[in-house]
Design a protein around this ligand. Structure first.
Ligand SMILES: [Zn+2]
Length: 472
C-alpha cells in the first residue's frame, strides 16, 4: 500500500494525499493551492485522473482542504465524499463563496485582458456546487457512534474530533491487506487544546500503524492562552483611548467565531468597554448560522460560559454586516470600533478595503490572529513591511501590527507532540501541512523522542510505502 502527496506537503496549502491500497484509491482532502504566484496553473491541472479516484475523505471545510472538490466532480470523479455533517454544511457555503470569487476574478481578467488566457475562465462556477454537495455522505464522530463506516470493500472509516474548526475530524482508516488489517490516521488540521467553542483534539481508541500528521507550527510555540485575555483587553483599551480602529483579519470560518466569543466574554466581564464590534463578511455571517445549527458540538465550557438564553455568538454591541454599502459606510466612519473581516491572510476581500482606510494612521491597530502563509500580504506585515500595496495603491504602514498567536487554530509543536504521544502503536509518522523548516524541526523533535518511530517529511510528488517495509 502506498500514499502519494500531491499537495500540502512541503507547504501548507493544496492538501491532497492519495492512498492506493492496490484495490482502491482513496483521496484524503482535495484542497486549493493559495498564496504563490503560480496558483492558477497549479490549481487548474489536477495531478491525477479524477475518474481514477474511488472516494474522497474530507477532514474539514477550509478551502485549502476542500476547494478543488467541485473541479474533481466536474472532471469526472463519481465516488462519494465522506465528511461529518457539520463539515458538509460548512462546505456548502465555503464552496459557493469560492465559486463566486472564481467567477468575479475570471470576469475581471476577461474585461481587463490581464493574466493568462487560462485564468480568464473560472475553475468552476456556482452551478457546479449542487452536484458536488450530492456526493457527500455524512459520518458521525466516534464519540456519538463508535461503529466503523464502510467506505469501500476492505476500507473502513471512523472520525474523531480534531478541535480545529466546526466539523473538523481526524480520520482513522482500517484497510485490509495481505498482511492483515492496517490502520492509518490522518490528523487533518489539529486545533490547540483549550480553544473556546471547540472540543480538545481527541485521540483514536485504536492502535495506529501510520499517522499522517500536520506540522504547521512544527518549530514554534504559542503564548499561553491564559496570558492572552489580559494582553488583548489592554490593547483594545489603548486603541479605544486614542479613538482608533482595530482591524482583525480572520478566516470567515473558525477564527471569526472564536474571536467573537472572546470579545463577548471580555465585554460581559467589564474588561473592555462596550464599543461597536462588526463582523464584516457575508460568509462569516452565514457560517455563524451553521454554528447555531450545530450547537451540540460546542464544548461544554462554551455552553455554560454564558448565562442561560444568551448566545455565545450574539450580543448587544455586535453587528453582522451583509451588504457592500454597509461595509463601505463602515470604511468611512470614525473610531473607536473593532472590525473582523476576511480574508485571514489579507490576500483579498473586504479586509483589504478596511486596511486601505486604516493602515497609514498610527491611531489604528491590526491584530494578526492566524497563520500567514509565505507570499501573502499578512506575512509581509508580520515580517515588518513598512510599505505595502493594497489593490494597486501603495500605503505606509503606520498602524500597530500586533500578533495574537494564541488564537491560532493549530496546535503548536509541544501541543502536537503531546497529542501524538497519546496515540497507541505508532510505527511511522509522515509530516505534512508545514513549510519545510517547520516540518523539519518537528521531524527532528519527534525522531529524537521516539527511536521506534520512522518519521518522514515527504515533499510534493513523493510516494511512500505504508506501513513502512519491515527492513527499514
Ligand atoms: Zn484548516
Amino acid at each position: 500500500m502506498q500514499v502519494t502527496f500531491y499537495g500540502g506537503a512541503g507547504g501548507v496549502t493544496g492538501s491532497k494525499h492519495l492512498i492506493d491500497t492496490g484495490q482502491q484509491k482513496i483521496l484524503l482532502d482535495c484542497g486549493t493551492f493559495q498564496g504563490q504566484s503560480d496558483v492558477y496553473s497549479r490549481n487548474r491541472s489536477l495531478p491525477f485522473a479524477p475518474e481514477s479516484i474511488d472516494h474522497v475523505i474530507l477532514s474539514h471545510a477550509h478551502i485549502d482542504h476542500c476547494g478543488m472538490l467541485p473541479l474533481l466532480v466536474k472532471r469526472g470523479f463519481s465516488g462519494s465524499i465522506f465528511a461529518t455533517g457539520a463539515t458538509r454544511d460548512v462546505a456548502r457555503y465555503m464552496l459557493s463563496d469560492m465559486a463566486k470569487i472564481q467567477e468575479q476574478d475570471a470576469g475581471f481578467r476577461r474585461r481587463h485582458r490581464t493574466g493568462s488566457p487560462d485564468s480568464r475562465e473560472p475553475l468552476y462556477t456556482t452551478k457546479d456546487i449542487p452536484e458536488t454537495m450530492d456526493r457527500f455522505v455524512e459520518v458521525p464522530y466516534a464519540r456519538d457512534d463508535k461503529r466503523w463506516r464502510d467506505v469501500a470493500p476492505g476500507v473502513k472509516l471512523k472520525f474523531y474530533d480534531a478541535g480545529h474548526i466546526l466539523g473538523s475530524a481526524v480520520t482513522v482508516l482500517e484497510i485490509d491487506t495481505d498482511d492483515g488489517p492496517k490502520r492509518i490516521a490522518y490528523t487533518g488540521d489539529v486545533g490547540a487544546p483549550g480553544t473556546p467553542l471547540f472540543y480538545d483534539p481527541q485521540v483514536p481508541d485504536e492502535e495506529i500503524d501510520t499517522v499522517i500528521a500536520e506540522s504547521t507550527y512544527g518549530g514554534k510555540s504559542h503564548h499561553p492562552l491564559e496570558d492572552m485575555y489580559g494582553r488583548l483587553a489592554e490593547t483594545i483599551k489603548q486603541v479605544v483611548a486614542r479613538k482608533g480602529k482595530i482591524i482583525i483579519p480572520a478566516f470567515s470560518l473558525g477564527r471569526t467565531q472564536v474571536i467573537v466569543y472572546v470579545l463577548h466574554k471580555l465585554t460581559d466581564e467589564g474588561k473592555i468597554p462596550r464599543l461597536p464590534i462588526y463582523v464584516d463578511s457575508p460568509l462569516a455571517t452565514n457560517l455563524t448560522e451553521v454554528f447555531r445549527d450545530h450547537r451540540a458540538i460546542y464544548d461544554e465550557e462554551s455552553i455554560t460560559d454564558f448565562r442561560q438564553g444568551d448566545a455565545p455568538l450574539a450580543f448587544r454591541n455586535l453587528k453582522y454586516t451583509q451588504s457592500v454599502d454597509e461595509s463601505k459606510a463602515l470604511n468611512n466612519s470614525e473610531g473607536p470600533y473593532i472590525v473582523i473581516s476576511a480574508s485571514g491572510m489579507m490576500t483579498a476581500g473586504r479586509v483589504v478595503h478596511h486596511l486601505r482606510h486604516s493602515i497609514a494612521d498610527k491611531k489604528n491597530a491590526i491584530l494578526i490572529t492566524g497563520y500567514q502563509a509565505a507570499g501573502t500580504l499578512g506575512r509581509r506585515l508580520l515580517e515588518g513591511a513598512k510599505r505595502v500595496e493594497l489593490y494597486g495603491d501603495w500605503f505606509n504602514v503606520a498602524a500597530d501590527v500586533l500578533v495574537f498567536n494564541e488564537f491560532s487554530a493549530h496546535s503548536d509543536h509541544a501541543q502536537m507532540s503531546a497529542y501524538l504521544n497519546r496515540f497507541k502503536g505508532i510505527k511511522q509518522v509522515l509530516l505534512v501541512h508545514g513549510e519545510p523548516n517547520q516540518a523539519d524541526d518537528f521531524k527532528t523533535e519527534l525522531a529524537a523522542a521516539h527511536e521506534d518511530w520512522i518519521v518522514q517529511r515527504p515533499n510534493e510528488g513523493d510516494t511512500v510505502e505504508i506501513p513502512p517495509p519491515a527492513s527499514v
